[in-house]
Design a protein around this ligand. Structure first.
Ligand SMILES: Nc1ncnc2c1ncn2[C@@H]1O[C@H](COP(=O)(O)OS(=O)(=O)O)[C@@H](OP(=O)(O)O)[C@H]1O
Ligand SMILES: Nc1ncnc2c1ncn2[C@@H]1O[C@H](COP(=O)(O)OP(=O)(O)O)[C@@H](O)[C@H]1O
Length: 201
């Protein structure tokens, strides 16, 4: 619901379909979700590199980066995370309208929040990718030392320790980073995009 009743929609003469046609591929959001340290950032960086080489127009939105700018006023309470994901859903929608394949890497721990983003978009434009990895393995990787801090009581409400993570029930794709290498994970996503004809119009 908008806060103001006195707003209207002003359409464009250049449409999403026209942009997709010019880009020679479809646009959608590849929504990566998973625990901290599961591999979301690592995979999206490699995937974007590969897609760029294929001539695909991409843009990567990453939790850590977005929280330095657009969402720097948000914390990690359930409300803060929900607003974070709502905004990223809206930003993804803009990128899709711009004809871009958006790659998002957010923990996005709440199923309802992810489903709100799904509902915001046509069904073929939201591709949920569960980056699966056991907590103990994420904790062992601990690339930023955050689990150590959370265990030491220096970070309250850390996902997987004292804040929940609700795994997707029927994601479009599951990438198990205990079984697949970064290279294999990126290839698996590209295979999906080719199979479902996202990389052509
Ligand atoms: N309390 C708490 N819980 C989880 N993560 C935390 C927390 N505090 C800071 N961080 C760091 O913030 C990154 C997660 O940000 P997100 O925007 O993806 O989180 S969320 O989707 O709103 O839950 C996360 O990055 P990733 O490790 O890449 O997932 C952490 O580096
Ligand atoms: N198969 C894999 N896929 C992705 N990352 C992996 C994999 N195996 C080990 N890693 C390592 O795990 C860590 C994942 O960290 P990161 O990509 O920042 O995760 P996230 O963005 O989900 O927090 C990195 O240090 C990465 O090198």
């Amino acid at each position: 619901m908008s806060k103001s009743k006195h707003i209207s929609w002003h359409g464009s003469l250049v449409t999403k379909e026209m942009r997709q046609k010019r880009n020679k591929h479809k646009s959608a959001v590849l929504w990566f979700t998973g625990l901290s340290g599961s591999g979301k950032s690592t995979i999206t960086v490699e995937l974007e590199r590969k897609l760029y080489q294929l001539g695909i127009h991409t843009y990567r939105l990453d939790g850590d980066n977005i929280r330095h700018g657009l969402n720097k006023n948000l914390g990690f309470t359930a409300e803060g995370r929900s607003e974070n994901i709502r905004r990223i859903g809206e930003v993804s929608k803009l990128f899709i309208d711009a004809g871009v394949l958006a790659l998002t890497a957010f923990i996005s721990p709440y199923r309802d929040d992810r489903n709100l983003v799904r509902a915001l978009l046509p069904s073929n434009e939201f591709i949920e990718i569960y980056v699966k990895c056991r907590l103990e393995v994420c904790e062992e990787r601990d690339p930023k030392g955050l689990y150590k801090k959370a265990r030491a009581g220096e970070i309250a409400g850390f996902t997987g320790i004292d804040a929940p993570y609700e795994a997707p029930i029927s994601p479009e794709l599951t990438i198990d980073t205990e079984k697949l290498s970064v290279e294999e994970a990126a290839q698996r996503v590209i295979h999906y995009l080719l199979e479902k004809e996202y990389l052509t119009v």
